[in-house]
Design a binder for this molecule. Sequence first.
Ligand SMILES: Cc1cc2nc3c(=O)[nH]c(=O)nc-3n(C[C@H](O)[C@H](O)[C@H](O)COP(=O)(O)OP(=O)(O)OC[C@H]3O[C@@H](n4cnc5c(N)ncnc54)[C@H](O)[C@@H]3O)c2cc1C
Length: 448
Amino acid sequence: MRFKEKYDLIVVGSGPGGFPAAIIAARAGLDVLVVERNPFFGGLMSSGLPALAIIDRSGRKVIKGFTEEFMNRLRSIGGATQDYRAPIQNSLTYMNMSWVRLMVNEMFLETGVDAMIYAELKDVKVIDDKVCGVSVFCRGREYSFSAKVVIDATGDADVASKAGAATVKGEHLQPASLTFDVENIDIDKFAKYAQSHPETIKLPSSFPGIVQDPFEFGRHKTFATMCFFDLIEKARAAGDFTLPRNMIDFTHQKDTDRAYFNVTRAINLDSTNVEEFIEGEQTCEHQIFEIMRFLRKYCPGFENCTLGSVMPYLGIRESRRIVGKKTITKDVLKELPVPDDTIAMAGYNVDIHGQDSEKMSMLPVRHAIGIPFGCIIPEKIENLIMSGRTISVDQTIFGMTRIMSTCMAISEAAGVTAVLACKNNISPSALNVAEVRLYLEKQGAVIR
Ligand SMILES: Cc1cc2nc3c(=O)[nH]c(=O)nc-3n(C[C@H](O)[C@H](O)[C@H](O)COP(=O)(O)OP(=O)(O)OC[C@H]3O[C@@H](n4cnc5c(N)ncnc54)[C@H](O)[C@@H]3O)c2cc1C
């Protein structure tokens, strides 16, 4: 059989919370299996989204280590841009979705990670509160694997939930969205319109202190904007815009006539409910028709725009989170601490898409906070490490930690934790955090 029955580490999910851990662990000599339900690797990172807040609001680069290596490899083949400072998102790094997907596979091949696509987690083997393996359903066949350690990078905390670990969900979950590319945009015309109509980019009071400069927009500039607040109101009054959204959010990449749109919205959707997930996908696909009509009819510069690619699957912002040994709560926003047991930094703002309304809010955060080790370790279940967006934070802090660069930094820490747990033959929860931190710093990760 191509796959083994026993692994040191199984990583479920190959998104930004999954693939860095797998590669780091394989480089350190662990036998690693990645289980991924999609027919490609990279999760939402292979969907064209830009990486945000690699640089925090104070101007400090807070995500380095493996993430920097990955971005530099992408850059070397024209698959990623430099990190651009941005008034709303702190910084933006554009990635080519196809290169991301191919690069993750390339690095799995290089490092000897066994990677299984089309493979959905079926169950988790737990003995005496210790995770010891998973079963997987792959194209009609069931596989069973044992492992010393499992990393849950599913985004939905599927492993933790099946293992019986305590998880939580916010009362109102952030909406799901299907993003898409729009081509043939006259960016100069849009820029001129924004310069002469500042109301179109005036952020509401839910973005306190964040101001967009229309002179930053233009054909040769890379930028992200939230705009057309005024035109949506006009279109809504005319019955031409019915979506639960009060602005258009797009990111434009330098020297192209293309932009990436984050506008569709499926509200009141719980991705752990299969039927709601399917309905959400269909709802968002349907909304793209209306958005394209709106852009062509109302928006200067978009009169002749055409639809490019659509995200490969519905993007879920929020679902389950683990209850960890430690939890970051919104109290940290007063002091913005970087505690002594920090294993990754979160340098974004508190970005919450209106949970049951059309609005969103962005609370700027002065500088990065530290994520303590205990946030990736479940309260009770052993041999399980959480990574990506499922770590132990409250719903407000989740608005900060959910972005891909932070998920990659967390994944690096999860990988190092797995390496040290396997090498010392102990459960991740029993590790000395100082040892984890030393290893991370040797890899160039920022943890202070
Ligand atoms: C619409 C939208 C726009 C966003 N925009 C941005 C942005 O511009 N910039 C940014 O940095 N962040 C953005 N985010 C947030 C960010 O993309 C996610 O929070 C981040 O990708 C989470 O990483 P992850 O690895 O935890 O999960 P994911 O990227 O979702 O990866 C999880 C992986 O696990 C796999 N998986 C899940 N369950 C199973 C299972 N049971 N069995 C097998 N495999 C499984 C999935 O197929 C997937 O590949 C956005 C999110 C959404 C939804």
